[in-house]
Design a protein around this ligand. Structure first.
Ligand code: RUQ
Ligand code: CUA
Length: 654
């Protein structure tokens, strides 16, 4: 770290030091409100390096960040949007769990996603374990339109629209019982790939653990993304049956390797734990083999076989059987060392980097070699399920000595790779075109998991910033009880050496993965236009009202309230119903002004929606509790916000 003399530093930062500045003469504030930098540094115990780091990250009021990180919220079940370099948290986006501020899960339109579409086996599930959010891509570049999110715990995939940062679809995978390697996209977002983690009989069937090898399976699901609708098309999707090897992270090839998907695995031992007997627990049972198998999938070939009808139907999903995938060259293996974890394709698409959790190397496969070996059917053998295996050495570009426990790798624009090293708690910089050259290690705090870089998984990374996503914070932040935040550390990678410049506590479940996109690629809307737009159809709802069209329609015990919402009143504001009526509020926020959001809550009925400008919402419920229930606006919207209220009067049954 360069140490600058204070006056020089001040000049570099453009800060006036004031007239009387000196070691024993802390001067007064300079004219124009500038402060004495040296005095502030002394008072706060800051070094020159601290101040440089601050200047690199500080983003003055009203100024915006250059990048946005979209991070998983772990088992908080949501997404986090964070500005870079300021590391200011911008938003949590509700995905798999209810969230009252966004009015998600409290009676509004989003309830269908959260409580109906996302059911697994008829069970309502209101949390998720988000691991790997992936941005939609066009020609291998983040296009800023969508982000896809997986739920490891319940094998679900969600589609979040970045136009309004709203979850638009949740799909329950009816084949597998958990996923981990999701939600990775192919270079034009043709497919969103989801791979199972813990093997189980496909389709949710029962089989005892003694039948693990025969009946338990993994699968890679290829969800077809319909860009024009902004939704996954379940009917056009398919899956490939895989051996019960605990498939892990995945990445799609690009350029030379376009049409291929690579998936790590870590349990070729097929350990199912103790099985209640004297077998070793999975921890050691699954760590016996020196090598597991990198799964190499030719998805374009798989697509052809699916179209030719070579699939079987499991729970309504077209599944390409394992034997077919193995025989037809859809699925090939190559060994990957020591409990492999991360699997990352280089920006040029020419190599695949694998980190072994118990290894000291990053292993780099050369895609051209892999492709040639497969074309020549140059196999070293087959696994117990008939899947061809390539020779490890023949497929290799090389192995880079990294340190203990390499996990994930991201890239810059100069051929550098940045690998997170779990056991060493470092970020290691190396060059994937010059394997064997010296590396640079930067200590981070502590036990880094994932890592993200500016546009770092795209075909053209930006360099600039890397963020170490550390799993622990320990002494880094003030104490808040035994459940500690995680710690994101921002690293400046523009200089000759990596520099750690900021710590951000993440007060959520462990964010497993994130992508960092150039902020100007996000084309978010400010209002729903025209007023009355249903955010789930992007069209004006047939139930929206214009001013003057408000009314209450009664049909037997059905009551439909067509209500407009505008500063600072609800029209109508008095709604009388009978106990037992099925009441539906059709709410139209007539505002078209930026940030003019209202809320709509009915006290004691667990109903609460957010009404961003122009938004249509619908709230349906049975008025089963008689009494007088205030309804009010939950979003502070004007000087007369408190007056934005009304009454729901539920007359008791005679
Ligand atoms: S992985 S534990 Cu992303 Cu490293 Cu899930
Ligand atoms: Cu509308 Cu407060």
């Amino acid at each position: 770290m360069r140490i600058l003399a204070v006056p020089l530093l001040a000049a570099a930062l453009g800060v006036s030091l004031g007239a009387g500045c000196g070691p024993d003469a802390p001067g007064p504030s300079a004219p124009g409100g500038a402060v004495d930098l040296k005095q502030v540094m002394a008072q706060r115990g800051l070094t020159d390096a601290d101040v440089i780091a601050a200047a690199k990250t500080y983003t003055p009021t009203g100024k915006h960040d250059e990048y946005v990180i979209l991070a998983s919220g772990g088992h908080g079940g949501n997404l986090v949007a964070i500005g870079v370099p300021s590391m200011r948290i911008l938003k949590y986006v509700a995905v798999f769990g209810p969230e009252p501020w966004q009015g998600y899960g409290y009676g509004g339109l989003g309830d269908k996603l959260l409580y109906e579409d996302s059911k697994q086996g008829g069970k309502q599930i209101t949390w998720g374990d988000v691991h790997h959010p992936n941005l939609s891509e066009t020609n291998g570049e983040y296009d800023g339109e969508f982000i896809f999110v997986n739920d490891k715990a319940n094998a679900r995939i969600a589609v979040v629209d970045l136009k309004d940062f709203t979850t638009k679809q949740i799909i329950a995978n009816r084949l597998v019982m958990s996923d981990h390697g999701g939600a990775f996209v192919t270079p034009n977002t043709e497919y969103v790939v989801e791979t199972s983690q813990y093997p189980a009989p496909l389709g949710g069937a029962y089989a005892p653990l003694s039948e693990y090898k025969d009946k338990y399976r993994g699968a890679a699901t290829f969800w077809k993304f319909d860009r024009s609708r902004g939704r996954i098309d379940e009917a056009a999707s398919f899956a490939i049956e895989l051996p019960p090897y605990s498939q892990d992270l995945a990445d799609a090839g690009k350029f030379d390797s376009d049409g291929w998907v690579f998936i790590g695995s870590w349990n070729t031992e097929m350990s199912a734990g103790t099985e209640g007997k004297d077998k070793p627990p999975m921890e050691s049972g699954a760590s016996q083999n020196d090598m597991d198998y990198l799964h190499i999938i030719d998805w374009k070939k798989a697509e052809q076989l699916v179209q030719a009808g070579k699939t079987t139907d499991i729970n309504g999903m077209r599944v390409l059987p394992l034997a077919t995938a193995a025989a037809e060259g859809v699925l090939t293996f190559v060994g990957e060392p020591k409990s492999p974890h991360g699997c990352d394709v280089t920006p040029d698409g020419k190599a695949i980097v694998v980190g072994g959790k118990l290894d000291t190397h990053a292993t780099v496969f050369e895609f051209a070699k892999v492709k040639e070996l497969i074309a020549k059917k140059d196999f070293e053998g087959r696994d117990a399920y008939g899947v061809p295996i390539l020779n490890f050495q023949k497929a290799l570009r090389g192995q880079q000595e990294i340190g203990l426990g390499p996990l994930h790798t991201v890239f810059d624009e100069k051929g550098n790779a940045y690998t997170s090293v779990f056991l060493d708690s470092t970020v290691v910089k190396w060059n994937y075109n010059q394997i064997g050259q010296p590396t640079e290690a930067l200590p981070v705090h502590y036990n880094i998991g994932h890592i993200t870089a500016a546009e770092g998984d795209s075909a053209s990374p930006d360099g600039r910033y890397v963020v170490a996503m550390n799993k622990m914070a320990q002494d880094r932040h003030l104490g808040v009880g035994p459940l500690l935040p995680q710690n994101f550390q921002l690293i400046d990678i523009t200089g000759p050496k990596m520099e750690l410049i900021y710590d951000l506590p993440i007060p959520l479940g462990e964010p497993h993965y994130a992508q960092m996109i150039k902020a100007d690629k996000l084309k978010t809307i400010q209002v729903y236009t025209p007023a009355g737009t249903d955010p789930y159809t992007d069209e004006v709802s047939p139930h929206a009202v214009a001013a003057g069209g408000e009314r209450i329609e009664r049909n037997g015990n059905k009551v439909d309230v067509y209500m407009s919402v505008i500063r600072s009143h609800f029209t109508p504001d008095t709604i009388e119903v009978n106990q037992g009526d099925l009441v539906t509020f059709h709410l139209t926020n007539l505002e078209q002004a930026f940030d003019q959001t209202h809320g709509f809550a009915v006290d004691m009925y667990n109903l609460n929606v957010s009404l961003e400008p122009g938004k249509y919402e619908r709230v349906s419920f049975v008025a089963d509790r008689p009494g007088v229930f205030p309804l009010y606006c939950t979003e502070f919207c004007s000087a007369l916000h408190l007056e934005m209220a009304g009454y729901l009067l539920v007359k008791p049954r005679a």
